[in-house]
Design a protein around this ligand. Sequence first.
Ligand code: FRU
Length: 486
Amino acid sequence: MEWTQENRYRPYHEWSDEQVKELKTKVVASCWRLNYHIQPETGLLNDPNGFSYFNGKWHLFYQSFPFGATHGLKSWFHISSKDLIHWESEGLALEPDSDYDSHGVYSGSALPVEEKLFLAYTGNVRDEAWERHSYQLSAWMNREGTIDKVEIPMIPEPPSGYTAHFRDPQIIRYRDVYLMVIGGKTIDERGHVLVYRSKNLVDWTYLGPLELNQNLGFMVECPNLLFINGKVVLLLCPQGLDKSVLEYQNVYPNTYVLAEDYLIEGNYLKNSTQQQLLDEGFDLYATQAIMAPDGRCLSVGWIGLPEMDYPTFDEGWAHSLSLVKELTLKKGKLYQYPVCETKLLRKAREDFVLEPTKQLRKSTNNCYELQLTIPENCRGQIQLFSDKTSSYALTLSYDTEKGMIQLNRSKTHYPLNPAFGEIRESLIALGEAVKLSIFIDQSTCEIFINQGEKVLTANYYPVENQRELVIEGTKNIHIIYYSLEK
Ligand code: FRU
């Protein structure tokens, strides 16, 4: 199938059952399918949407193009879970079938309101001249899971001075009103986070761009305003951010800003910090977070990046969602760590103490969790997805004396967008011990430093014989290995 514009935007009902069946057969045969990460049944998954707790369950939707691994006509696919770990498919939820979303049901959020779940999203429309139009739309899901779209857009056009790149509404409760936080691009190509206020989720008042005093590139996608212990965390995806503002290597970074408070009077963040990278790895974008009813701030991100190529494209599927992480603030720093429920995945545990002159070489099924404590002033490396001779592997090197962690994915049969670099580095405290938590799942990997002080997320595509884990270091290292549930 050639992904012409026509094929990418073909209405859903024009795809035959045979075509879908053929695609499924191809996807099932892929050796890179994941065991415990959320992945599309077929086609392409991107941003997490509508993350919420409603009617006794967690709900999550994601951007989906179900008919192939390309960014085609998007919809929201719905999954639900009792424990944030085991997810069930609830099927297609919001299809691009109205005049306001004919060319894509784009990203957005969900908020439980009384007996229903309120869904807010962007309707993407292309007119005859293929000019873009964006509408901020809404829908209600009842307890039975039936979704009714609201016919009239919440916001029918971008505010004056802004282009049709105006999308990804996050709706939150703030004091006695609702706020909508949304990404936008000005006519002179500057990225902004825009804020609206409403009493009834129908009539929205524009408050203006959020005052941040910093450059946000030419466009901001997927902004999220969060309140953790009275402090503010703003997540965002600035596109085209100047590298003198923030050093990054991925095509677009997912960043965050911390602030003491959000003040609706004046619509600004009080004492906000400069942006920092939310993830220092290769493949994380469009993180969505919610203030859950149990008091936790929970996030989930898209493991994948826009505009990049991945080898599963040839297998009819692409991308996954990260583990659900809890966001916390400790001593003024943001931490992100898989929710405690992630332990439900653990099966057998093995403990090792690795001595300096030795090497741990273990055959695995590329589905495991590692917990390691690296002592101070220790150097070494961990080879993930390694073959027998370590000619191919995803290599994590560490040096606690120099305070350096490095992830290198150049030793591979499937180079991933090498023009954007094949090494990522993360700085840690000099001369201190470091804890590493590593989650491996067939073709993806999430690495957490010091219980979430830093995170590196990366896809890596091993071939059949790349199933070994190799660890070495210059001091005694305590290693815990858990095989994880399929
Ligand atoms: C981010 C994004 C959003 C948009 C969606 C479309 O990855 O570009 O801004 O709503 O994906 O799928």
